[in-house]
Design a protein around this ligand. Sequence first.
Ligand code: SF4
Ligand code: SF4
Ligand code: FES
Length: 249
Amino acid sequence: MGNKVHLRIYRGDASGGEMKDYHVEVDEGMVVLDVVHRVQAQQAPDLSCRWNCKAGKCGSCSAEVNGKPKLMCMTRMDTFKPGEVITIQPLQTFPIVKDLVTDVLWNYGVNKKIPPFLPKPLNPDGSRRMKQYEVDRVQEFRKCIECFLCQDVCHVLRNHGKHEEFFGPRFMVRTAGLEMHPLDDEDRLKLIHELGGIGYCNITKCCTEVCPEDIRITDNAIIPLKERVADRYYDPLAMLIRKLRGKKS
Ligand code: SF4
Ligand code: SF4
Ligand code: FES
């Protein structure tokens, strides 16, 4: 027999809403998504939430649990103190659709602005080669599950609403994965400098702290991209060397 927990869940849509209280039984091993499903099953069949895999891999069940961006399916109920009121709200950085569901379409629009992988010409012997450390470096960025928790927590989007001027950490990760790919021949530095607004990031690392895939967003993606942008646009010697050696050298 489980214990009862006190949940406070956001109920509403684009026209407004409020936090509502629910008391539900919790069984051993449950995660936040389980108790939300139990509320749906027993008390509020019209409660909306988005989920698919329940395994931390689809990135759908993002929400704010006690004010922190989390995957509901990976947040265990036994991490809360007994008697604690647990708040569950939708992501605050994106427009609300209903209850815990937000409209994350803006992210897919940003994604389309980033040119995809462009393979370099083959070597004279017909091969394409990359070293293991180069594979490892870009592999980290491929782990992204597009949960958009990093986008949610980033103050440039969340507090300053710079959606038109800043791509956000998720898309700095995507850009880094392409720019650091040794076999890629596209050049996206102008894009992230001008349209992507990488200069807005002041390296607070909040995005890294919430990433469920432990991608070191700031250290491994954003800072190296910032260095490349700085080399190109603010370092005259590096600009000259690049001109002489070719655009991605
Ligand atoms: S490090 Fe940059 S991208 Fe990440 S949350 Fe802070 S400002 Fe946003
Ligand atoms: S970088 Fe991490 S936090 Fe951001 S969308 Fe990808 S998996 Fe989620
Ligand atoms: S349901 Fe897929 S990540 Fe939570």
